[in-house]
Design a protein. Structure first.
Length: 473
């Protein structure tokens, strides 16, 4: 899954002047303030982005992106369109179901139904660090029905009877993302039947026991785009109270405390000198630039596509905050490589920027060389600047493997996709992926990639390589 309005807390925040409130601040040399601000920005970016999504999805009922209160499931009976703007590079392959879990009072039980073998589905568990701490679904647990327990930090207990597996979140608030494969628009009623079988309930209800006392009410800090852009470190301080410290982040959190960024405490510039204020803004800018630079080089370039793995669990990141920030900025809530791979590009095979206002393009898969997956694959079009889906005359945001029967192959059995802003003509429209009249960002999604050759795994080193995009002749 991949945040906009809140992703763009970045650049504007750098120039917003950060007009904040009051704070106790330790006097530090500007150079040290800048260094801490840079490191803290990189560490905190995913945490702030995640908090902003949680606020919009589960707290602010007036938000256009509100889904459902905590511990209630929300099933979307449609795939993402250009109107979905809370999350960048949204997935338009699989209708989403989401639950924001509040695990403070007691654990929650997630129940899944029997899902037909031919239909891929996954349930991804993500904590406030943006760590993927567990999976249920076709690859991880199979398509049989089952009940699974999700517990919060510090929970002590035995696995109850009837529970197949226990998953532990490092944070008290946790996101659960369900992806249910949609074969074609007419298939939506079948997806809805599967979604109707997704259930969530407190452990006490599952065990038919009295419920424990409710967790205290939280006075959440409203997470508006403007507020985050003006007050990144204020939001980080607020969000950190919901992210218990760990061995990996002990050092960076101690540094943040030196500039007044402490869990649950108000942060501001009032007691900072003008030099320190400037250093803080410069540190944010440097951190943002470092994340962008990492994204440009943190994957292997294969025919113009960036191929690598940004997403995983706590052990996967192992305190690599730059990798985690790059993952969030590239597309927060992405899957582990074993669940899905995400080759992405902004250029042709030879490195020229993709721009739908200047050129038409083609992407050709040679005969027998379609992406090797156990589930399905897709190629999705995004606006190059916002990384959102684009409005287009045929309401097509992607081309995926379930569409193959309706597509036209070339004489040599290869498959060509036409990537351009205008229709390539009625005879080629089945293979047309509409592009913006501007810069282009393309993302492949390879669900449940095969592990035997040809394979896209291991990330960046696999025997299958995505073909490059070329300017149409």
């Amino acid at each position: 899954m991949k945040t906009t309005r809140n992703l763009n807390l970045l650049s504007a925040a750098l120039a917003a002047g950060l007009a904040l409130t009051t704070v106790r601040a330790t006097e530090l040399p500007p150079a040290e303030t800048k260094a801490i601000a840079e490191e803290g920005f990189i560490y905190g970016l995913p945490i702030v982005m995640n908090y902003a999504v949680m606020y919009e999805f589960a707290v602010d009922k007036k938000s256009s992106q509100f889904k459902a209160p905590f511990n209630e499931i929300n099933n979307l009976h449609h795939v993402a369109t250009y109107k979905d703007t809370a999350v960048v590079t949204p997935n338009s392959d699989t209708p989403y179901s989401t639950i924001w879990l509040d695990l403070r009072a007691e654990p929650m039980v997630l129940s899944v139904p029997a899902v037909p073998k031919e239909r891929y589905y996954s349930v991804q568990l993500i904590d406030g660090n943006t760590y993927n701490y567990g999976y249920i679904g076709s690859r991880a647990t199979g398509n049989d029905p089952g009940d699974y327990l999700v517990v919060g930090p510090g929970w002590k207990g035995e696995k109850p009877p009837g529970i197949k597996k226990v998953f532990t979140s490092m944070t008290p608030f946790s996101l659960t993302v369900y992806r249910t494969q949609l074969f074609n628009p007419a298939d939506m009623p079948n997806v809805e039947k599967v979604q109707a079988g997704y259930k969530v309930q407190p452990l006490s209800a599952f065990l038919r026991q009295p419920a424990p006392p409710a967790a205290p009410k939280v006075d959440f800090l409203p997470a508006t785009s403007a507020g985050i852009k003006e007050n990144f470190y204020g939001y980080l301080a607020f969000a950190l109270q919901f992210v218990p410290p760990s061995a990996e982040d002990k050092e960076v959190r101690a540094k943040l405390a030196r500039i007044g960024v402490e869990p649950g405490k108000t942060f501001g510039f009032k007691n900072l000198s003008p030099e320190q204020k400037g250093a803080l803004v410069e540190g944010m800018k440097a951190g943002d630039e470092k994340v962008d630079k990492f994204l440009a080089s943190g994957t292997k370039n294969i025919n113009g596509w960036g191929v690598g793995s940004f997403f995983g669990d706590r052990a996967f990141y192992s305190g690599n905050w730059l990798l985690r920030a790059g993952a969030a900025k590239a597309g927060i809530y992405g899957n582990d490589a074993a669940e899905a791979m995400y080759p992405f590009t902004r250029t042709t095979a030879t490195g020229e920027p993709l721009d739908g206002s200047k050129h038409n393009y083609t992407l050709t898969f040679p005969a027998g060389q379609l992406p090797p997956v156990n589930a399905f694959w897709s190629v999705t079009m995004y606006d190059g600047k916002s990384q959102l889906l684009i409005k287009n005359p045929i309401n097509r945001y992607l081309i995926n493997s379930p569409m193959l029967p309706t597509m036209k192959k070339n004489a040599d059995d290869s498959l060509t996709l036409y990537i351009q802003k205008d229709s390539p003509g009625a005879d080629k429209e089945s293979n047309w992926l509409p592009a913006p009249n501007d810069t282009i960002y393309l993302a492949m999604r390879l669900y449940w990639p095969k592990t035997e050759p040809p394979s896209v795994l291991p990330p960046g080193e696999g025997t299958w390589k995505p073909p490059g995009i070329v300017v149409a002749k």
